[in-house]
Each structure stands twice: as structure tokens, then as C-alpha cells.
Write a protein that binds this ligand. Structure first.
Ligand code: ADP
Ligand code: MG
Length: 730
């Protein structure tokens, strides 16, 4: 009987690219065709409804029930024209994927006939029976209902035959049970705080949007291999497997030509994304073999987050049409580069100004510096919370593993801007002479655009880097929902800007400083206060760990401990004062994150136990028996001297295999005992820490022995697809 692995090999060898042809030739002709966007709304809605929705989108105003009915009827007509038969409230529960429950438009009218029905009530609010989503104790049984409510700031879309309406998901008592709710509140907070600060420079600014451009890394493996590896199927990563003889050391895959089968998948994914209005723009190979990246043009952060969630869902669906599976896990293959999701972040005004891009006048540059320095200060203050916001079981393999930023949060700004901040730090604070002001504006602030043009220094080891006109949070994991870091970052920024305004106004009102003098004074102080977070060197080096410790920066590689920052007094007060999350909501979220951590490690541990017991050990025993048979027969046909000489290595091998089998079985049993102990712990934090400290370490031990066995055992008998097969299939 051939092993499952050989059946998989056979299937993959016959694969041809599954050619994809988009129906129309130009992207501009079909981009957004399945989105209920401004154009569609104008066409399908009354002008009263249209105005109300635009007002809700731009100013967050409420939509009355009557108008909601009009919106629903327009939406229904539009969706039916695109062939929709069902509608769903589409939301992002804290499970990490998107959720939908489809209802048909069809409704019997009672006289044996039927009609398509969709009312304002159905659009605005639903009560999905979703009581088994994680809620961190917020919903006990008597308030078990959860509601979804329409988010008009993210447009509805038709996917397949379903009208999808982006919604928030909250408990009966209005508490957030999803990613979107706190994000929307944080975006609201950063909007009002930024707008208030913008007024120092430009009175016409009335709204500021946070912008997000994500870069999604992923692996593609052939579906046959995926099915032959229980660990990929159930845990999303290979729990055992030796790295191939040829890995990424030649750098020949990075930005190389994309294999044809992968290209066809990408083309279809791009098409599906674009009709849904996701502005995907770049696609390329990544560092590891079989690793790729997609990046869109940036968008308003809430829409960008929805688009990323939708995109991850599409990746999964479209990959199957090409006999691939997408691996979104942060570290599917040990000793091979992992996957991240860079979050490029900035703030944009309704007047079209990017607040993190230097301008062309001293005044606009002072505005840039204001937002720039406040960003650094915000990250300095909430570094631990930012670290917590990117913490997960999967990302734990990346952070600090010399391929991704370390678990220490720091900010890289480049030598040019470092020099500007150093100069500002050394100015005289307080009142200035006209000469001093002119000098400052011309020689420091006025010089910024020129210096940034030749800003070639990019530091790939920094978790939070300034890249010319935005910050790039590089530490986020590929499988994560961007809403988490975006909620934290924008909250931190909002709080920072609120305090900045208070500080500046105090100098103006109490000390009679002019506006620009006051701004310079405060920036000078902030630059000093947040200096410890700035780091321009090698983030991977051990020297940085020592230096960071001296600076008082946290370095917490364990996820369950890093998550403590969610409920530190400082974080709770941040969320509470901005109205982003109540203490109860933050505590519930913390609980859910811990629970998800422990469950993921628990699943991995069980799968690894199965692999060891049902695949690896039996294979090793079989092979060992072949060796024993062989040695026995040699003995039969040889004199003792010859036998002792020629059978020595094989006898060693038999002993070696026995030792490894014993080590695997012993560790497996010990791991089960640790799991049992951990499972008895009532406190979720204790349990997650026990899984981290006492269960997870066995993964390495078992893997080490298994990978050695993989190298020793007859290739034909090894049951699991090997890394070289999964990573180099074309
Ligand atoms: P790299 O791979 O070098 O980091 P890319 O150009 O591939 O850079 O990706 C940059 C990402 O940053 C893109 O998604 C882009 O849309 C996004 N981006 C550019 N400007 C902004 C901005 N003002 N706000 C947010 N994201 C931005
Ligand atoms: Mg990047």
C-alpha cells in the first residue's frame, strides 16, 4: 500500500495551472461592481435616503427607521439585479474569522405566492443565534442574545449570491463582542482629537481619517499535501518536518518570477477582490519558497480592516479552485521564514492632507512634526499595549526569532529625521525672538522635505518604522485581524493628541506664548520624554536586548504574559476615557485572548500527540524491524568476526531509533500529564501560562527526535509530505 504521502505526490505531479480569465479586460470597468458604493446608492436610492447614508458615513449621524426602509429597498433592488438570493449580516467575532448567517429574501405572502422582502428593520439589526462565539463572560445565559447592527461606514457588497452587510456584533447590554465595535470607537476618538489639533494649522479641517494599508503574507501549498498533513489541516502549521536541504539561503525566490499555477490563483483572487472593491495592487514572491504577498492601496482604516478580513476569506475560497490551500499561520514551517502583516498607518484630513507627510511650507511641516512627534510619544507610552495587540499563539513564533521584529517595541525614524528631532530638542523653549523663529523655521522645519527625498535608510528589523509618509507597524501577524493593533494605536494617538492640545493651550493662555512658540516648546519636551523608544540600530541583535532593558523597555516573548498590558491600569484608563472599551469589555477581551491562546496550544499538543503516536512511532518501528531482520540474516550467513565488522553501523542505528522512539513516547506522555494539570486551572491566565511554560516546551523535544527520524528512515515509508515537496511544488 502506498503511503498517503505518495498518493499526494502522484496527484501534485499531474497538476496543470487552472487558467483564469477575467470577464472584462480592464480593471476600471469592473472595480467595485459588486459594492453598494456611492454610484450604486445614487442610482438605486431616493435622494433623501442617499443623503442620510452619506451623512451617516461622513458624520456618524443616525438613520431613522423610515429612511432605513428606503435604504433597504434600494439595496434589495440592487442586490437582486446582481443575482442575490440571500442576505446576511457580516461580522467579525473574536474567533478570528468572519461570520455570516444567510437568510433568504424570499417570503411567502400567505396566499400561495411569495415575494422578495428586505426591510429597514432587517438591514439595521439582527439577532443571530450566535451564543457560542467567545464572549469572555459578558453574556451569561440570561442575557445570551447578541445583536448585529449595520455599520453604514463600510459599504454592503454582494458575494456570490449573498448580499453581505457589514455589521458590529454587541451583547444585549451593548458591549462589544467583535473587533469592529472598539475599532469604530477608537477611530471616532482619533478623528476628533486630530481635528482639534489640525485647527492650529488649518481651520478648514473638519474630519481626520486614520488610514491603513496592509501587506498580507501567506504560503501556498498543494491541496493534496494539505490533506496528507493532519497538522496543517487542524493546526495550520507543520508541527514536525525537517527543513529542506535547500531553503531560502540563495534568496532566489524573493521577488523572483511567480510560478504559473500561483499566478493563475492570484489573477482570480485579484478579480474577486476587485469586484468587491478591495484595491489590491501588488503581488510578489516573499522570502521563503512558496511564500507570497499581496498589498492593496491604503484606505480608511475601518474599510481597510473589513477588506482585509474579506480578503483572507477570499484567499481561502479561491485557493481551492486552484487545488491550493492558503496558509495564513505566522509560522507554518520551522526554520523557514514566517509570515507577517505590515500595518501601514497614517492620518488624512478631509482637505486631502496626509498628516504624516512633510509639506512644502514651514507651517505644513510644523503640522507634520506635531503629528510625527505625538505618534512617537504615543507609542512610547503604550508600547506594552501595542505589543499585546499583536500577541497570539502563532505570532509568538515570529517575534524575536530573527526574521521579524523582536518582542521589544521601538520606533525607527531614520538618520535625517533623528537629526531634526535632535535639533528641536536643543532649541530654547518658551518665548523666542523673531530671529530665532525664522532660523528654526527655515533651517530646521523648512528643510524636511528635501531631506526626506533621499531617505533611503530603511530598517527592516524595527517593529514600528517611519517610511517617509506613514508609520509601518511590522510586528503584526499574518493571521491576525488588523482591528486589534489599529484600535490600540489610534486610541493611543487620540489620547496623546488630546493631551498635546491641553499642554499647548496652557502655554498660550497662562504664559502668553504665541501658538508656534507653544507648539515648539511642547514638542521639545515630548521629544525628550519619548527618546527611549527611538532606536535606529539592529533590532535582532543581543546588544539591543541589553540596551532596551537599560532603557526600561519591555521585552516579553511569552504571549499570555504580554497580554497583561490589555488590563493594566494605564490601558484600562485609556480605553475608558476615550469610550473605546469599558473595563468589563477590556477584561472580557483579555480573557478571550488568553482562552484562544491556550486552546490553540492545546490543539497543537493533541495533534502532535496523534502524529507521534499514529504516524511517526509506528513508521519508526516498522523501519527498525526491517533493520533488525536484515541484521539477523547477516548474522546467519556470516562468521562472527565479519558480522561484528559490517553490522556495527546498523546495530547503532537500531539503538538510535529505539532511543528516539522512547524519547518521543516519554515526552508525549509527560506532555499529556502537563495538559491535564493545566486544564484543571480555573484562572484563564494561569492556564494559558501553564500551556506556554509547561506544555509547549515538549513540542520542541518531540519535533527534534521526529525530524532526526525523518532523515534516517526509508523515504518510501515516511508517511508525511516533506517540506521539500510542500515548498517546491510548482
Ligand atoms: P513596502 O513593501 O516597502 O513596505 P509597499 O509599497 O509594498 O511598501 O507597501 C506600502 C503600503 O503602504 C501599501 O499598502 C500602501 O497603500 C500603504 N500606504 C501608502 N501610503 C499610506 C498612508 N498614507 N497611509 C496608510 N498606508 C499607506
Ligand atoms: Mg512593508
Amino acid at each position: 500500500m502506498p503511503t498517503v504521502r505518495f498518493l499526494a505526490l502522484e496527484q501534485t505531479m499531474g497538476r496543470k495551472p487552472n487558467n483564469f480569465k477575467a470577464p472584462e479586460s480592464r480593471v476600471s470597468e469592473y472595480f467595485g461592481s459588486h459594492v453598494f458604493n456611492i454610484k450604486a446608492m445614487r442610482e438605486y436610492m431616493t435622494s433623501e435616503a442617499f443623503k442620510a447614508v452619506v451623512d451617516a458615513m461622513e458624520n456618524g449621524s443616525k438613520i431613522s427607521r423610515g429612511v432605513a426602509d428606503q435604504v433597504a429597498s434600494g439595496m434589495k433592488a440592487w442586490a437582486l439585479n446582481l443575482g442575490a438570493t440571500h442576505y446576511t449580516h457580516w461580522f467579525q467575532p473574536l474567533t478570528g474569522s468572519t461570520a455570516e448567517k444567510h437568510d433568504s429574501f424570499f417570503e411567502p405572502t400567505g396566499n400561495g405566492e411569495a415575494m422578495e422582502k428586505f426591510s429597514g428593520g432587517m438591514l439595521v439589526q439582527q439577532e443571530p443565534d450566535a451564543s457560542s462565539f467567545p464572549n469572555g463572560g459578558i453574556r451569561n445565559t440570561f442575557e445570551a442574545r447578541g445583536y448585529t447592527a449595520w455599520d453604514p461606514t463600510s459599504p454592503a457588497f454582494v458575494f456570490g449570491s449573498t448580499l453581505c452587510i457589514p455589521t458590529v456584533f454587541v451583547s444585549y447590554t451593548g458591549e462589544a463582542l467583535d473587533y469592529k465595535t472598539p475599532l469604530l470607537r477608537a477611530l471616532q476618538a482619533v478623528d476628533s482629537a486630530s481635528t482639534a489639533v489640525c485647527k492650529y494649522f488649518d481651520k478648514s479641517v473638519t474630519k481626520v481619517n486614520a488610514t491603513l494599508g496592509w501587506e498580507q503574507e501567506y504560503f501556498l501549498v498543494d491541496e493534496a499535501y494539505f490533506h496528507a498533513r493532519p497538522d496543517l489541516m487542524l493546526a495550520g502549521r507543520a508541527l514536525v518536518g525537517h527543513a529542506p536541504a535547500k531553503g531560502q539561503q540563495l534568496d532566489d525566490h524573493y521577488f523572483g518570477s511567480i510560478p504559473e499555477r500561483a499566478i493563475e490563483f492570484m489573477k482570480e483572487l485579484e478579480y474577486e477582490s476587485r469586484i468587491l472593491g478591495i484595491p489590491v495592487k501588488t503581488r510578489h514572491n516573499e522570502v521563503a519558497p512558496a511564500q507570497y504577498e499581496f498589498a492593496p492601496v491604503f484606505e480608511e482604516a475601518n474599510v481597510a480592516v473589513d477588506h482585509n478580513s474579506l480578503f483572507m476569506d477570499l484567499m481561502e475560497k479561491v485557493s481551492r479552485r486552484h487545488d491550493f490551500r492558503v496558509l495564513l499561520h505566522e509560522k507554518p514551517f520551522a526554520n523557514i521564514n514566517g509570515s507577517g502583516k505590515h500595518n501601514n498607518w497614517s492620518l488624512a484630513t478631509n482637505t486631502g492632507v496626509n498628516l504624516l507627510a512633510p509639506g512644502s511650507t514651514p507651517m505644513s511641516n510644523l503640522m507634520f512634526l506635531t503629528f510625527f512627534v505625538n505618534s512617537i510619544k504615543a507609542v512610547h507610552r503604550h508600547a506594552d499595549l501595542i505589543r499585546a495587540s499583536i500577541g497570539s499563539a502563532g505570532n509568538e513564533h515570529r517575534l524575536g526569532a530573527n526574521e521579524a521584529p523582536p518582542a521589544i517595541i521601538s520606533v525607527f525614524i531614520g538618520t535625517q529625521l533623528s537629526r531634526v528631532l535632535d535639533q528641536l530638542e536643543n532649541i530654547e523653549g518658551g518665548k523666542m525672538t523673531p530671529d530665532q523663529k525664522t532660523d528654526l523655521k527655515l533651517n530646521v522645519v523648512g528643510k524636511i522635505p528635501d531631506v526626506l527625498l533621499d531617505n533611503t535608510d530603511r530598517n527592516r528589523t524595527s517593529p514600528f518604522a517611519f517610511t517617509g509618509n506613514k508609520f509601518e507597524l511590522r510586528a503584526a501577524g499574518s493571521a491576525s485581524n488588523c482591528a486589534q493593533p489599529m484600535t490600540v494605536l489610534n486610541s493611543a494617538m487620540a489620547q496623546q493628541l488630546i493631551e498635546f492640545k491641553i499642554d499647548v493651550d496652557a502655554l498660550i493662555d497662562n504664559e502668553g506664548l504665541k501658538k508656534d512658540e507653544a507648539i515648539f516648546s511642547i514638542l521639545k519636551r515630548y521629544i525628550k520624554e519619548s527618546k527611549a523608544i527611538r532606536f535606529e540600530g539592529d533590532g535582532y541583535g543581543d546588544a539591543w536586548k541589553a540596551e532596551a532593558a537599560k532603557r526600561g523597555l519591555t521585552n516579553e516573548p511569552s504571549t499570555p504574559r504580554a497580554l497583561d498590558a490589555y488590563i493594566s491600569e494605564q490601558s484600562l484608563s485609556l480605553f475608558k476615557h476615550l469610550g473605546v472599551m469599558s473595563n468589563r469589555e477590556a477584561e472580557a477581551r483579555h480573557e478571550i485572548l488568553l482562552e484562544s491562546y491556550f486552546m490553540k496550544i492545546q490543539i497543537e499538543s493533541r495533534v502532535l500527540g496523534d502524529l507521534a503516536g499514529n504516524h511517526i512511532v509506528p513508521t519508526a518501528i516498522k523501519y527498525q524491524n526491517t533493520l533488525i531482520d536484515n541484521v539477523q540474516r547477516l548474522k546467519d550467513i556470516m562468521d562472527a568476526d565479519t558480522f561484528n565488522r559490517v553490522a556495527k553501523e546498523q546495530l547503532e542505528m537500531i539503538k538510535d531509533i529505539s532511543a528516539r522512539i522512547s524519547q518521543i513516547l516519554g515526552s508525549k506522555e509527560a506532555m499529556v500529564q502537563e495538559r491535564k494539570k493545566a486544564n484543571l486551572m480555573e484562572d484563564m491566565r494561569d492556564r494559558a501560562i501553564a500551556y506556554h511554560d509547561h506544555v509547549k516546551p515538549y513540542f520542541e523535544v518531540i519535533r527534534y527526535e521526529s525530524d532526526k527520524l525523518e532523515l534516517m528512515i526509508d523515504d518510501e515509508q515516511w508517511p508525511l509530505p516533506k517540506f521539500r515537496e510542500m515548498l517546491y511544488t510548482r
